[in-house]
Design a protein around this ligand. Structure first.
Ligand code: AMP
Length: 392
């Protein structure tokens, strides 16, 4: 059975097609600059990458071209071979604790939640509508970034603000990267061959979050109402004293939108280093003796360590820490710095084993009190799996 995993942004559409249940990737790619000048798409097939410059008026046009490519490359014989299409949704609010079929009622709720994810939810709906128009017989499903975090208890998801704000204005912690945290925690449990585990899952990419997962269920996560909470990220500040916001709005005469842009786009690694949001540039800067790059890295690592320590206490110990995403999978130095700061908990790094990028690997020594693993994440596969389950 052929299932398509889709991630629609406001001007992009990423896709990956799977043969299920074999979980074999048949083709993948991305449409970029949709509705803009210079639009193009890239396809990865049989280890080859093909790029085509085409006019992409809207997401529907992208879907039409995608289907043409699937047929021309003999991935499918006809439209009817596409059994299901799973769409990634950033914000599912308190409504969704699992993936569901994209009924009109569900789409309406996703639309209602656009106030909490103004860039992402409307774009995802555009993707669903385009898929429905071009592939009407496929089962459309939605997979939420927030669903895995719906098991977080009230005392962890509420903010200490007026109690009614949660019900009246939906002000609470929702978290993000849930599909990734779920994937790596399931994979970790498979490796440990147990379900009754205490895990700390670290999704450290340009966006970054850490979750505490007890017996397969999330009990806390570092992102909040929005992704700009918790860790220091590429361009996001993460946790700050909230009063800085009205104070600096007054000092610089900034509008809410302007201060939001500073906190989301001009802070984090970029804001501190003044060089880049990309951890590779920060590492290069450190090698050249750039003091602000070193400071940015120290602050970045400190915050990761703080959250691991907090969740270690909350879980009452920890069986395994898992690193994933761009930095977690690839940055040997960030993993090393984090693990060395955790020595007090009995964490012991195996330097040689840590010298890897992008593959499943245990990077702690055999006598480490906590096992530490690198597990590459696979959100697209999770979307395909959930869609396949909903077909049954
Ligand atoms: P993501 O958001 O998961 O795509 O991750 C993006 C981040 O991963 C960026 O900060 C990249 O610098 C980082 N990254 C990717 N490859 C490497 C690498 N080889 N070494 C260090 N960081 C990397």
């Amino acid at each position: 059975m052929k299932i398509l995993s889709v991630n629609a942004g406001s001007s992009s559409l990423k896709f990956q097609m799977y043969e299920m249940p074999a979980e074999e990737v048949l083709i993948s790619g991305v449409f970029e600059r949709i509705g803009m000048e210079g639009s193009l798409y890239t396809i990865k097939l049989n280890g080859e990458k093909i790029e085509k410059k085409v006019e992409l008026k809207d997401h529907k046009r992208a879907f039409e071209l995608l289907v043409e490519e699937l047929i021309n490359n003999k991935i499918v014989d006809s439209l009817d071979d596409i059994a299901g299409i799973g769409h990634r949704i950033v914000q599912g609010g308190s409504y969704f604790d699992k993936s569901v079929v994209a009924s009109e009622e569900v789409i309406e709720k996703i639309n209602e939640l656009s106030t909490l994810a103004p860039l992402h939810n409307p774009a995802a709906i555009t993707g669903i509508r385009a898929a429905q128009a071009v592939v009407p017989n496929a089962l459309q499903t939605v997979v939420f970034d927030t669903a895995f975090h719906q098991t977080i208890p009230e005392e962890n998801y509420l903010y200490a603000l007026p109690y009614e704000w949660a019900s009246k204005y939906q002000i609470r912690r929702y978290g993000a990267h849930g599909t990734s945290h779920k994937y790596i925690s399931q994979k970790m449990n498979e490796i440990l061959d147990r379900e009754d585990t205490k895990l700390i899952t670290c999704h450290i990419g340009n966006g970054a979050s850490i979750s505490a997962v007890l017996n397969g269920k999330c009990i806390n996560t570092s992102m909040g109402l929005t992704p700009n909470a918790g860790l220091i990220m590429g361009t996001r500040c993460g946790d700050i004293d909230a009063t800085i916001i009205p104070y600096m709005m007054q000092q610089l005469n900034l509008s809410p939108k302007e201060i939001d842009t500073v906190m989301n786009k001009e802070s984090g690694l970029l804001g501190i280093s003044g060089v880049s949001s990309d951890s590779r540039d920060i590492e290069a800067g450190i090698k050249e003796g750039n003091k602000r790059c070193l400071l940015a890295e120290k602050m970045f690592v400190r915050r990761i360590v703080d959250y691991i320590a907090k969740y270690y206490v909350e879980l009452g110990g920890c069986d395994a820490i898992v690193f994933t995403a761009g930095i977690g999978e690839n940055s040997i130095s960030v993993r090393k710095d984090v693990m060395e700061a955790l020595e007090v908990l009995g964490v012991k790094l195996d330097d040689e084993k840590n010298n890897i990028r992008g593959k499943v690997q245990k990077i702690s020594t055999s006598d480490s009190a906590i096992k530490v693993y690198v597990i590459p994440t696979d959100e697209e596969l999770m979307i395909a799996r959930d869609t396949f389950e909903l077909m049954k």
